[in-house]
Ligand binder design. Structure first.
Ligand code: NHR
Ligand code: GAR
Length: 203
């Protein structure tokens, strides 16, 4: 798989750990970031995972950026492309190229709060429950078939940060098994609905 990041890379770490500990028949071929200063790049380098930076500010257009991104990704011929805190909206052409093998973790209970600043918006909306969603990526942002979700309570004294931490913990719990199911061909997609078939017997 190829993992795309923009930031801390804690979901990248969760996937790398599960992949190693559970001996997935897979490996992270490369980590790509649109930001040279993404802390997640250091984790990858420390674990001998090849890294590449492709700065979106150097590209002439979204189409040009995504075309170059796809070129870099396709060199690895990945079975899955994982968005792990990747902060750039991808063009429809890019998404279609990876249809069925492009997966994202989003920090809200979709379809509530697609897009950015989800924790702030959840607090402002006064919701009592919030969470995380793993979904297959479709051209429309944060609207693809839902693979898994996890719920957390919103507490009276929550801040954006305290809520983000509680959600992130759940992302780390649900994202790796979803990526594994995708890699193992255990996602059955019918329209917007995804059935996750059980894992086979493990060693
Ligand atoms: N691309 C498509 N076509 N479909 C999706 O579902 C996508 C996607 C690209 C990224 C992740 C998503 C999230 O989990 C994701 C899903 C960035 C933005 C955004 O508005 C929105 C959603 C997501 C990621 N980014 C700004 C942009 O102009 C830039 C923000 C920044 O650089 O900080 O691209 O929430
Ligand atoms: C995660 O909460 C992820 O859901 C979110 O950014 C964080 C990345 O953390 N993604 C988005 O907001 C995408 N728009 P990480 O770098 O530690 O995995």
């Amino acid at each position: 798989m190829v993992v795309l990041i923009s930031g801390a890379g804690s979901n990248l770490r969760a996937i790398a750990r599960a992949c190693a500990e559970q001996r997935w028949p897979a490996r992270i071929a490369a980590v790509l970031s649109n930001r040279a200063d993404a802390p997640g790049l250091r984790f990858a380098a420390e674990h001998s995972i090849p890294t590449e930076v492709l700065d979106h500010r150097a590209a002439g257009s979204r189409e040009a950026y995504d075309a170059e991104l796809a070129r870099r990704i396709d060199r690895h011929a990945p079975a899955a492309v994982v968005l792990a805190g990747f902060m750039r909206v991808l063009t429809a052409d890019f998404v279609r190229h990876y249809e069925g093998r492009l997966i994202n973790v989003h920090p809200s209970l979709l379809p509530a709060f697609p897009g950015l600043h989800t924790h702030r918006r959840a607090l402002e909306a006064g919701v009592k429950w919030h969470g995380a969603t793993v979904h297959l990526v479709s051209p429309e942002v944060d609207a693809g078939p839902i693979v898994d979700q996890a719920v957390v309570p919103v507490l009276d004294d929550d801040t954006e940060q305290s809520l983000a931490e509680r959600v992130l913990e759940q992302e780390h719990r649900i994202f790796p098994p979803a990526v594994r199911a995708l890699l193992e061909g255990r996602l059955q997609v019918r329209g917007r609905c995804v059935r996750v078939l059980p894992a086979g017997p493990s060693a």
